[in-house]
Design a protein around this ligand. Structure first.
Ligand code: ZN
Length: 256
């Protein structure tokens, strides 16, 4: 089967699906210029990530955390959604897609207009107080840290402030994970894109969808841990691939 025939099949499945879900990893956002933090040249090849328990225990670790996050903040603040994010948001508006599960913390799905976005690793677009739970826009706090080199405290309770992302050594948000599992189990079409699908829960969700009778479509530049299990595998850029599936799916509607 040629790539074009694979794309046509996927477009048909999308139009026939009762419940389609997209799972996205770093690969969708590298097309927006956000570096994959695990890749060579990514942030963790240059500095050690701060473990959550160290963040809680040590003022030096909190300072290092804020230093790294303030550096990375510019990447997120400047990035814009690309074709991949926009096509997924459009499919949601059209009722073709029922949710997005993402490992990304950049918030670009929401900027593109997606509504039901399950952020397994939280969001870098908010700062949260570990004491009282209050949430703040990151920009003023990051700016003040850069100017003063002093780690900020919660203006409401004096508690520790941290980006609303899941740090190394910190558990995934249970309610979000539970909803992602439920959605994966219920869907009959599961798109996995921009993730190597090796570490949990990225590995488990597509498998769960398959075991519950759903079709699995993988779009990724590199081979993934689940390629042998997938119904269709497309080793291609995500944005261009989704634009083409969208074009074919719109044609399906006219033909039906
Ligand atoms: Zn607080």
């Amino acid at each position: 089967m040629t790539d074009q025939e694979h794309l046509a099949r996927v477009a048909r499945w999308l139009r026939q699906a009762r419940c389609a879900v997209a799972f996205t990893g770093a690969g969708i956002s590298t097309e927006s210029g956000i570096p994959d933090f695990r890749s060579p040249g990514g942030i963790w090849s240059k500095s050690q990530p701060v473990m959550f328990e160290d963040f809680l225990a040590s003022p030096q670790a909190r300072h290092e955390y804020w230093r790294q996050k303030s550096q990375a903040h510019g990447d997120f603040a400047a990035a814009a959604p690309n074709h991949g994010h926009r096509v997924l948001a459009q499919w949601q508006r059209q009722g073709w897609l029922h949710g997005v599960i993402t490992q990304n913390i950049d918030g670009l799905h929401q900027v593109a207009g997606s509504r039901r976005v399950l952020e397994l690793h939280g969001t870098a677009r908010k700062i949260a107080c570990l004491g009282c739970g209050a949430r703040f826009d990151p920009q003023p706090l990051v700016t003040r840290f850069i100017e003063t080199d002093v780690v900020p405290e919660c203006p409401k309770c004096g508690g520790l402030l941290k980006h609303a992302t899941v740090s190394f050594g910190q558990g995934l948000p249970p309610a979000v994970l539970e909803e992602a599992i439920e959605l994966s189990r219920r869907c009959d079409l599961f798109f996995a894109m921009g993730s190597s699908l090796v570490v949990e829960p990225a590995a488990g969700l597509p498998r769960l969808a398959r075991e519950s009778g759903g079709r699995l479509v993988i779009v990724n530049r590199q081979p993934t841990g689940q390629d042998p299990e997938a119904d269709v595998v497309l080793h291609a850029p995500i944005g261009a691939t989704l634009v083409e599936i969208d074009r074919l799916a719109a044609g399906e509607e006219l033909g039906a």
